[in-house]
Design a protein around this ligand. Structure first.
Ligand SMILES: NC(=O)C1=CN([C@@H]2O[C@H](COP(=O)(O)OP(=O)(O)OC[C@H]3O[C@@H](n4cnc5c(N)ncnc54)[C@H](OP(=O)(O)O)[C@@H]3O)[C@@H](O)[C@H]2O)[C@@H](O)CC1
Ligand SMILES: Nc1ncnc2c1ncn2[C@@H]1O[C@H](COP(=O)(O)OP(=O)(O)O)[C@@H](O)[C@H]1O
Ligand SMILES: [K+]
Length: 485
């Protein structure tokens, strides 16, 4: 499990740890890890003589950068600091000078020939985008041939939310200290971070055990996925019901069923007008014309993909089993109808659907995914999987009186790929997640395992080439095998 903590938590943990250690220890640990990462990025034998430029802000992020620069200078690099703040970390600057580094009076000249740039303008103390005087320097760094390494996090991005309020300096790699920050894992900030390396500075000893954000890894998903026992039969493995498709959108039914068939349930019941299309592609499906209440017992429902203008989710919501609501089923969905359910509900909106449910603009959701997913979970008292460039899953403790508490940690999916932005791939995801619900996973686990497998399947199917939603469904068994193997 990869975990992230917000700034307030990091600062509290840092203060507790610093109280036990000699002054400056944490900064030296950070600088040592940063310098080692820079050496490995430059490559063996290429530190001596390398031209390194430090962009130094007024805080401790600049201090880390100066001390790391001093270490590189001692190994023979030519290190030049560009001072961008009204103040500078004096001890760090003295260390750099003592190691042979210098301060530049022409940042553009230094950047033009740089091999490596360390962005130490702001770290977790940064507010908003880069300030105007730093902008031309940051642009020159980005436009140079140098490898840009962000110190702790790219300057100009929000550490806590992943929002990018103004201009920020995009890095090729980020070396972060102690723990990941949410912004390193959530778009749009994540895109500025490049490849992220975590330097252990001993902070685990004082960080709380429950993080703010967590990203499942292969072993976590393997542990959560259902496996049939020796005495299993198709009913014991769980039956998932799929209410999807319409005369206009029969393909959504086919794709949702394709996902459901590969999600661990023992059988898939399809209910709706696209039965012929479903059977033609998936003869193993149990099909019914409906209504859902007459289709036979299921352990979870998926309702919504391709239902068109008349989704009729009320009957499904009235059932006493977990329900996943997607796509057309989310239109005009009432928080009260979801909150009064006794069984769990999982909502899987994309940014546009989430925006409609929240009554805000789509951009607001895309720019502030973490706040949006938490707010939706709280309002509906449900588990919410927000799709898109970064898929997030948030839980809430639902209460019938309408007061719900968002629960930490939010899960962030690490396997996504933009090749998934293809029509119908969301239908495959909802079928898959519904199947995992029917197999007995908690909504939070079903949603995050489904997103994980879905992203991995897309990567396996794509291998760098465009893919169709059906390719994602076909690759799901390979993704599953890769995870559990
Ligand atoms: N916590 C830990 O465990 C450890 C933390 N460590 C390190 O400390 C870093 C945090 O240091 P920090 O607190 O000094 O804040 P930091 O990010 O350097 O910025 C501070 C100043 O920048 C300014 N400023 C603000 N916004 C700005 C903007 N948009 N554009 C330009 N300038 C802006 C503003 O100053 P002002 O100019 O307003 O006076 C603000 O006060 C952390 O990221 C990590 O690298 C490690 O050493 C070891 C362990
Ligand atoms: N830029 C992106 N990067 C990664 N994944 C994306 C991106 N855009 C969309 N996706 C994923 O693709 C799927 C699209 O689902 P959805 O928007 O419901 O499309 P559809 O309704 O056509 O099936 C989701 O799993 C979503 O997370
Ligand atoms: K930085």
């Amino acid at each position: 499990m990869r975990t992230a903590h917000r700034v307030e938590t990091v600062r509290a943990a840092e203060a507790e740890l610093m109280a036990r250690l000699p002054e400056g220890t944490l900064m030296q640990r950070a600088a040592a890890g940063l310098a080692a990462a820079c050496c490995s990025l430059l490559g063996k034998g290429r530190v001596y003589g390398a031209r390194v430029v430090l962009l130094v802000g007024s805080g401790d992020n600049g201090g880390d950068t100066l001390y790391a620069g001093a270490r590189l200078a001692r190994r023979g690099a030519g290190v030049t600091a560009v001072l961008l703040g009204a103040r500078v970390h004096e001890a760090g600057l003295a260390a750099l000078r003592a190691a042979g580094g210098r301060v530049s009076d022409d940042p553009f000249e230094a950047l033009a020939v740089a091999d490596l740039v360390l962005d130490g303008i702001t770290g977790i103390g940064g507010q908003g985008g880069l300030r105007p005087d730093a902008v031309p320097v940051a642009r020159a760094a980005r436009g140079s041939d140098a490898v840009v390494v962000a110190v702790d996090l790219p300057s100009g991005v929000s550490a806590d939310t992943g929002e990018v309020g103004g201009e920020a300096l995009a890095a090729d790699a980020t070396v972060t200290f102690g723990t990941y920050k949410p912004g390193l894992l959530i778009d749009p900030a994540r895109e500025y971070a490049g490849a992220v390396r975590l330097v252990d500075i001993g902070l685990d000893a004082t960080l709380p055990s429950v993080p703010d954000l967590e990203a499942l890894q292969h072993e976590d998903v393997a542990w959560l996925l259902p496996a049939p026992a020796a005495e299993s039969d198709k009913y014991r493995r769980g039956v998932v019901g799929v209410v999807a498709g319409s005369a206009r959108y029969p393909g959504a039914a086919v794709l949702a069923v394709a996902g459901a068939l590969r999600g661990g349930a023992g059988a898939v019941r399809y209910v709706g007008p696209a039965a012929d299309a479903v059977i033609a592609r998936h003869p193993e499906t149990l099909v019914h014309e409906g209504p859902p209440g007459k289709a036979g017992r299921v352990q979870a429902w998926v309702v919504g993909p391709g239902l068109g203008d008349d989704p009729g989710v009320a009957e499904v919501l009235a059932s006493d089993v977990p329900v996943l609501v997607d796509a057309d089923g989310l239109r005009d969905l009432s928080p009260a109808a979801v909150r009064r359910r006794a069984a769990p509900t999982l909502l899987t909106p994309h940014a546009g659907e989430a925006a409609a449910l929240l009554g805000v603009a789509r951009e607001e959701v895309e720019d502030g995914r973490l706040a949006a997913v938490r707010e939706l979970a709280a309002r509906f008292g449900a588990t919410v999987l927000l799709k898109g460039s970064t898929t997030l899953v948030a839980d809430a403790e639902g209460h019938a009186d309408g007061v719900s508490t968002p629960m930490s940690p939010v899960r962030v999916n690490p396997t996504g790929t933009s090749w998934l932005a293809t029509a119908g791939s969301g239908d495959v995801l909802s079928g898959l997640a519904g199947s995992l619900l029917a197999a007995g996973l908690r909504p939070r686990d079903a949603a995050s395992c489904a997103a994980y497998l879905h992203g991995l399947a897309a990567r396996l199917a794509s291998n760098g080439a465009p893919i169709a939603a059906s390719d994602v469904a076909t690759a799901l068994p390979r993704a599953w095998a890769d995870v559990v193997g």
